[in-house]
Design a protein around this ligand. Structure first.
Ligand code: SDX
Length: 371
C-alpha cells in the first residue's frame, strides 16, 4: 500500500519562502528589522521611520523622511465614507470587526484598488498607515458616544493617536512608551496574519483585500487578540496573592494563559524586555504599582506551573490599559502598527510571486455510489 505523505500540521517548522524583511537572530535572541535590532530602533525612532525602513529597505534620510511624513499627513483625515458608516454601527460592536470593515470600505472607495504596481501599492499603503489610526481613534470615541476628533497634521502618528482619542497628548515618556509598542508590534516574520496577507497577495488580489484578511487573522486570541485577553485576565486576578490559584485553576481546565508561550521563541520573546521597560514607565507615570504587582505575580505563577515565558502581548496589554485605551481597541492598535509589516510582505510576495496552494492528505470516505 501507498505511504501517506508527512503532514506539517500548523506548518510547524516549515520554511514557506525567503524574506529580507525581518529575522530573529537566534544566538542573541534579537529581533532584526532589515538588519537593525528592533528594540534599539524602538528607543530612538518613530513608527513612520519603521514603516519607511520596512517598505523601502533602509532608514530614510532627513529629506526622505520629510517627504514621507508629508504624504502620510496629507492622508490623515478620516475618510468620510468610513465616518458615515461608523456612525450607523452599534457602539458595542467589536472594534476589530469595525476596523476590518473600515479597511474593506477604504478599498471599495479607492479607484486605484485594482492596480498592483509598486508605486500605486505604496500610495495605498501610505493611505492605510494614515487612516487606520484615525479609524481606531474614531472607534474608541464612538464607544463613548463622542464624535471623532480631526487629526492634527502637525503631529506624528503616535501623538496624533492620543490627540484623536482623548483630545489630549500625555507626557513625552508616555508617548515614547506607546511609540515603542508600535515599533515592537510592527513586524514579526511569517506570523499568522502576515502569512494570510501573503496568501491573499499570492492570488494577485489587491492590497486592501490582503490587509482586510490579515486583520481577520489577527483578531483571534491565539494571535493579536491576546493583548486584549491579557488585560481581562489581569482584571480577574484582584491581588498578587490570588495569581497562583487563578493560574492553577485555568491550567486544570486546560485553558491557555493569554500572553504566554510562542510558536517560534522557546527561550522568551525578544521584544518583552523593551516593552516591560515601557510598561514600567507608564506605571510610574500613572502610579499603578498594584497592577504591576499582579503582572509580576502572574508571570511568576505561570513560570512555576508550566515554565512558560511571556510574549509581547503580556506587557503591552496593561501598558495600553494605563494609557487610557478601552480594552477592545488593544488589538486594533496592534493592527495599525502591524500594517507596516503586512505591506512589506505584500510587496515582497509580489516581487517574486508563487501562488500559495498546499496539499492535504484526504481522510474522508473512499469513493462511494450516490444513494
Ligand atoms: C502573537 O507568530 C508570531 O510571531 C505571533 C506574534 C506576532 O508578533 O505576530 O508574536 C503575536 O500572536 C503572540 C501570541 C499571542 N497568543 C497568546 O498569548 C495566546 C496564548 N498562547 C498560546 O496559546 C500559545 O503559546 C501560542 C498560540 C502563542 C503558540 O502555540 P503553539 O506553538 O501552537 O503551541 P501549543 O499551543 O501547541 O503549545 C505547546 C505546549 C502545550 O503543552 P503540551 O500539550 O505539549 O503539554 O505548550 C503549552 C501547551 O499546553 N502552552 C501553553 C501555553 N502556551 C503553550 N499552556 C498554557 N498556556 C499557554 N499560553
Amino acid at each position: 500500500s501507498e505511504q501517506s505523505p508527512t503532514v506539517h500540521k500548523g506548518l510547524v517548522g516549515v520554511y514557506a519562502d525567503t524574506t529580507a524583511v525581518s529575522t530573529i537572530d537566534e544566538p542573541t535572541n534579537t529581533l532584526i528589522y532589515r538588519g537593525y535590532p528592533a528594540a534599539q530602533l524602538a528607543e530612538r525612532y518613530s513608527i513612520e521611520h519603521i514603516a519607511y525602513l520596512l517598505w523601502y529597505g533602509d532608514l530614510p534620510t532627513a529629506a526622505e523622511f520629510d517627504a514621507f511624513t508629508s504624504r502620510i499627513r496629507a492622508a490623515y483625515r478620516l475618510d468620510p465614507a468610513v465616518a458615515d458608516w461608523l456612525a450607523t454601527t452599534r457602539p458595542d460592536t467589536h472594534p476589530m470587526d469595525l476596523l476590518r470593515t473600515a479597511v474593506s470600505i477604504l478599498g471599495a472607495t479607492d479607484s486605484s484598488t485594482p492596480q498592483l504596481d509598486r508605486d500605486t501599492t505604496l500610495a495605498q499603503a501610505t493611505r492605510l498607515l494614515a487612516q487606520m489610526p484615525a479609524v481606531v481613534a474614531a472607534i474608541q470615541r464612538h464607544r463613548h458616544a463622542q464624535p471623532p476628533i480631526p487629526a492634527d497634521p502637525g503631529l506624528g502618528i503616535a501623538e496624533n493617536f492620543f490627540h484623536m482619542c482623548f483630545d489630549d497628548i500625555p507626557s513625552e515618556p508616555m508617548v515614547r512608551a506607546f511609540e515603542t509598542s508600535l515599533i515592537l508590534y510592527a513586524e514579526h516574520g511569517f506570523n499568522a496574519s502576515t502569512f494570510t496577507a501573503r496568501v491573499v497577495t499570492s492570488t494577485l488580489a489587491d492590497l486592501y483585500s490582503a490587509i482586510t484578511a490579515a486583520i481577520g487573522a489577527l483578531k483571534g486570541p491565539l494571535h493579536g487578540g491576546a493583548n486584549e485577553a491579557v488585560m481581562y485576565m489581569l482584571q480577574q486576578i484582584d491581588s498578587p496573592e490570588a495569581a497562583a490559584d487563578w493560574v492553577r485553576r485555568a491550567l486544570e481546565r486546560k485553558e491557555r494563559i493569554m500572553g504566554f508561550g510562542h510558536r517560534v521563541y522557546k527561550h522568551g520573546d525578544s521584544r518583552v524586555p523593551a516593552m516591560e521597560k515601557a510598561l514600567k514607565t507608564v506605571v510610574a507615570e500613572r502610579g499603578a504599582t498594584d497592577l504591576l504587582a499582579r503582572y509580576h505575580a502572574v508571570q511568576d505563577a505561570v513560570y512555576q506551573a508550566k515554565q512558560l515565558l511571556p510574549n509581547l502581548d503580556f506587557p503591552a496589554g496593561p501598558a495600553y490599559y494605563l494609557m487610557g485605551f478601552d480594552i477592545p481597541i488593544f488589538t486594533p492598535i496592534f493592527a495599525m502598527a502591524r500594517v507596516t509589516g503586512w505591506v512589506a510582505h505584500v510587496l515582497e510576495q509580489r516581487a517574486d510571486n508563487a501562488l500559495i496552494r498546499p496539499l492535504a492528505v484526504y481522510t474522508g470516505p473512499t469513493s462511494r455510489p450516490l444513494p
